[in-house]
Design a protein around this ligand. Structure first.
Ligand code: SLL
Length: 256
């Protein structure tokens, strides 16, 4: 057996990615000339490296992910012709027009040397602007208002983790270190991660993922964990009380 097929046991290595979409409203002229009159938006769904290139107005995508990703399959709504779209080289994205939001299944297949199973992700295609109130119940604004608000962005940060990778694959990954996320914020944060109702949530612009956000997210998770532990403790104490009460009532019952 060649040393390439030996696994680096106990080691894990990850690559930061983002997946999601941008959407713009079609201009009245585009709508008129479009073969499908009902279409209202043009959107792009993509899988990209998490860091954004400097001076670029693209969210993420500083690194070419082709060195470890072999194919990305975007499964669109069945109202689209050939809904299963295979993209075999970067940029891993699909641009379409349409009228409705729907769930997109994203399947990432790795290069054969990885010997890894494909990863499945789900993204809810977002066409309508994030409203400051952050509720789902709101009616989308009319096209002219939405157009003024600028492109809609909906992106999710994630990390693809390879555990006990094959040595050869590990070498490939190590030959392509990911561009680091910027420490400080240069651009608006992706809207849905901003506080609902805050100015940030309603401000336009091209968002960017930063290392600060990562720290904020860790903090949020830790706070949530603490809340859960406190909640559990409260329930546990309550349960003990109830059990004592039960014992007492049983005792009373036996006495009568
Ligand atoms: C909805 N459940 O009702 C969703 C379905 C379907 C989106 C959205 C057009 C495709 C085409 C299109 O936007 N489909 O005309 O080729 O909102």
């Amino acid at each position: 057996m060649s040393t390439d097929r030996i696994r680096a046991k106990g080691l894990s290595i990850y690559r930061p990615i983002i997946y999601g979409n941008t959407a713009v409203v079609l201009t009245p002229e585009e709508r008129e000339t479009h073969p499908s009159r009902e279409h209202t938006h043009r959107w792009t769904v993509a899988v990209r490296s998490a860091a954004s290139a400097e001076d670029s107005d693209i969210v993420g995508g500083a690194d070419d992910l082709g060195y470890f990703i072999r194919r990305v399959t975007f499964k669109l709504h069945e109202t689209y012709p050939n809904p299963s779209r295979n993209i075999d080289k970067p940029p891993f994205e699909v641009t379409e027009t349409g009228w409705g939001e729907f769930e997109i299944q994203i399947r990432i297949t790795f290069i054969p040397e990885a010997g890894e199973k494909p990863v499945l992700l789900y993204h809810h295609l977002k066409l309508h602007p994030w409203t400051a109130s952050g509720t789902d119940m709101e009616v989308p604004p009319p096209a002219d208002v939405a157009a003024q608000l600028g492109p809609v962005h909906s992106w999710q940060y994630d990390e693809i983790v390879f555990t006990d990778p094959f040595q050869q694959f590990l070498n490939t990954l190590r030959a392509h270190p990911p561009t680091r996320l910027p420490k400080a914020r240069r651009r608006p944060v992706p809207f849905h991660t901003a506080n609902p109702g805050s100015l940030e949530a309603s401000k336009g612009g091209v968002p960017e993922f930063t290392a600060v956000m990562e720290k904020d997210e860790i903090q949020r998770l830790e706070d949530a964990k603490k809340t859960i532990v406190a909640e559990q403790e409260k329930l546990r104490v309550g349960l003990i009380e109830k059990e004592k009460e039960l014992e007492r009532l049983r005792g009373e019952l036996n006495e009568t």
